[in-house]
Design a protein around this ligand. Structure first.
Ligand code: NDP
Ligand code: 8X3
Length: 257
């Protein structure tokens, strides 16, 4: 039986753009109430108003940089009775910075990827899972990547962070074994979002090249996979979904027209 998401509380990191934003829309459409986190206040505020108007759900925006453990801890502690029983975490906030050989890599960019993609996911999960354990109920959905299964030239540190996400999804699943908590990883290939613009520090020409001659996935395609994971019957734990556009067979095999 398909599980209902009506009135579930869904905590989404990186909700201001791309996949996180699409997840916010798709979960709101199913009647879930949303906690929306990111660093850009205006985008979050607009999204939250739009979702409340369009779907009649409740939405709480939290300005949050997931790289700071103190900030994550304070944000979770300040949720209050109305919001603190989180049913689903979508660990989506993440980024790639640059493309370079290890021996030419930029240490600041490495730290940014490691601190966001690995530590951010850990901090959010560390603070929210105890409540799930207490209630014996919950679902952690991590957004991994095809880069967490196979690396590609100059993708080294980004791929390493996504291999780490894969390891953490497996590990959390083992840690919560015996409870009713489910853990899923949704691992996309190419999705057109702000991802490449961020990777190339706002260079629009380089960004355009990434999607030249291909039809990438849309953020909604990934949100749809997250909805699939969340709405399976309670006994079904979708461990992992690897999802690529038709033009992509792996991280290194892309058919460009
Ligand atoms: P976007 O750049 O469009 O969105 C990234 C989101 O993460 C933004 O909302 C951004 O918000 C947020 N974010 C970044 N850093 C932080 C931070 N320190 N604290 C809080 N929020 C943060 O990219 P995508 O939607 O594509 O990326 C979402 C996830 O999907 C990432 O984990 C990415 O690795 C993964 N992914 C993307 C693929 C793609 O091809 N696009 C493929 C495979 C995986 P703000 O800047 O407002 O803080
Ligand atoms: C994002 C997709 O191929 O740039 O995870 O690593 S890729």
């Amino acid at each position: 039986m398909k599980l209902s998401l009506k009135n579930k509380i869904v905590f989404i990191t990186g909700a201001s753009s791309g996949i996180g934003r699409a997840c916010a829309h798709e979960f709101a459409k199913e009647g879930a109430n949303l906690i929306l986190c990111a660093r850009r206040a205006e985008k979050l505020q607009q999204l939250s108003e739009e979702l409340k108007d369009k779907y009649g759900i409740k939405a709480l925006s939290i300005l949050l940089d997931v790289r700071s453990y103190e900030k994550v801890k304070n944000a979770v502690n300040s949720l209050g009775d109305e919001w603190n029983k989180v049913d689903i975490i979508i660990n989506n906030a993440g980024l790639a910075r640059g493309l370079s050989k290890i021996y030419e890599g930029d240490i600041t960019m490495w730290n940014e990827m490691i601190d966001t993609n690995i530590k951010g996911l850990l901090y959010i999960t560390r603070e929210l899972i105890p409540g799930m354990i207490k209630r014996n109920s919950g679902h952690v959905i991590n957004i991994g990547s095809t880069a967490g299964h196979e690396t590609y030239p100059m993708g080294n540190v980004y791929a390493a962070t996504k291999f780490a996400v894969k390891a953490l999804s497996q590990s959390i699943r083992i840690d919560v074994l015996g409870t009713n908590i489910r853990v899923s990883s949704v691992d996309p290939g190419m999705v057109e979002t702000e991802f490449s613009l961020v990777r190339f520090s706002g260079d629009e020409q380089r960004t355009k090249k990434v999607y030249e001659g291909v039809t990438p996935l849309t953020p909604e395609d990934i949100a749809d996979a997250a909805i699939y994971c969340a709405t399976r019957s309670q006994n079904v734990n979708v461990n992992e979904i690897i999802i690529t556009p038709l033009c992509q067979a792996s991280s290194n095999h892309i058919n460009r027209k």
